[in-house]
Write a protein that binds this ligand. Sequence first.
Ligand SMILES: *Cc1c(COP(=O)(O)O)cnc(C)c1O
Length: 494
Amino acid sequence: MIFRSTRGQAPEMDLSGAVIQGIAPDKGLYVPVEFPKLEKDWADYAAMDYKTLAAEVLRPYAGEFTEEELKACIDGAYTDKFEAEDVVPLVHAGGADFLELYHGPTAAFKDMALALMPYFMTTAMAKKQEDKTVCILVSTSGDTGMAALKGFEDVPGTCIIVFFPDHAVSPVQEQQMRTATGSNTYVTSIFGNFDDAQTTQKAILNDRPFGEEVGALGYRFSAANSMNVGRLLPQVAYYVWAYAQMVKNGRVKAGEPINICVPSGNFGNILSAYYAMQMGVPVNRLICASNKNKVLTDFFHTGVYDARREFYVTNSPSMDIIISSNLERLLYHLGGCDDAAVRAMMDSLAENKCYEATDAVKAGLSGFAAGYATEEEILAAIGGIYASDHYLMDTHTAVAYKVWREYAQKTGDETPAVIASTASPYKFAAAVSGAIGLPEAEDEFAAIEALSQASGVSVPYGLKDLKSRKVLHAGAIPREEMKDFVRETIRGRQ
Ligand SMILES: *Cc1c(COP(=O)(O)O)cnc(C)c1O
């Protein structure tokens, strides 16, 4: 499989090259040049366990990997790291099927990709005979940071530096990151919001002289954000899995469509659902759900992406994003691979913080539905489904549930729906426990205990004993100093 840049001005790569490179030198994002088709019967996929199915889905994208290499990557990623026996359970509640993607080491869906990506990275480095240490730069709105730290912890030939917005992630997320272990992990908060962190991180990745400077020290940069195609592909597998489970459970007959609703921020997760659809998963509508930062909702309704708006810190912080990076990939695919058009739209975004989709892209947007939920609506949705079904969901998942319900009511579309459930309710315990009517706890950590006692749902292993862990990364810096922080970190490793 060949991967090319959405902006069309960078060399084509195989998966290994694209994973190591992270973001293309022309600032575009790597995309596969075609979508391989799922060739087996759904009955066959339904009979597979998660790892076998993931290998089937990923096989055509990893052409240069041997059968054994791919299998070793997948085994390493998903064996013993996920608390659910089948890795990704599909749970029926409130009229929908929740795809619980959060049973991994950090209790959020990003574990699904970040458990696998380091194995892709080391396999790719061996293939390319890469002798430099790969320094992974991550900017995070909360959940990516810890999942990446866990995934890359003590992985030979790599180090990882994580930036998160100061006071804009949940206390649990902050404590997870500041206590991250591993001899190759570095973390600091920055004074600014997520978009500031991501924009500066991208600038560092694209800074050629700085790349040469660290190159002389034996390092090269890569990204573990969902800009890296190595993040997207593992996510495609669980949408194929979701459909296979829907068939297995008799919720649909093989070939009948489903709707998929995804709580979206940087647009990576829902883009993976789109890839699964292109590979042959029968989907009627992909539903893009946003919180109060509803730039995506507006985009799907108007075809205009307008980032000139107020930024809100909400109770679903992992979706507090205004510049949604992965949308660029959708623009490329819907626009018939027109890289010049992508360049024009992205230039306009950089210059004017705004762009209008081309007519070709607009035509493609009709396959999607979109909506958003306010903070109050999120809490009401959590309380409602707990009261009716004794099902606990987190604030991000609640965004999707609310948006799907509203969509179904407005349109009368009764297609069976899969809701991507992206975080454990314990990750946002104070909000969730308030929503189900528990008294306010002293802090987030006490809320975890209270929630567990009230609901009887056990606390994920990644969140146990969190409060007593030792803080190893206490730093907070202005965002202008991110580059210096990277330089000092690499020098400090010499
Ligand atoms: C990252 C994240 C999202 C948004 O996913 P994208 O791929 O960025 O759209 C939603 N929910 C949770 C819990 C997340 O961590």
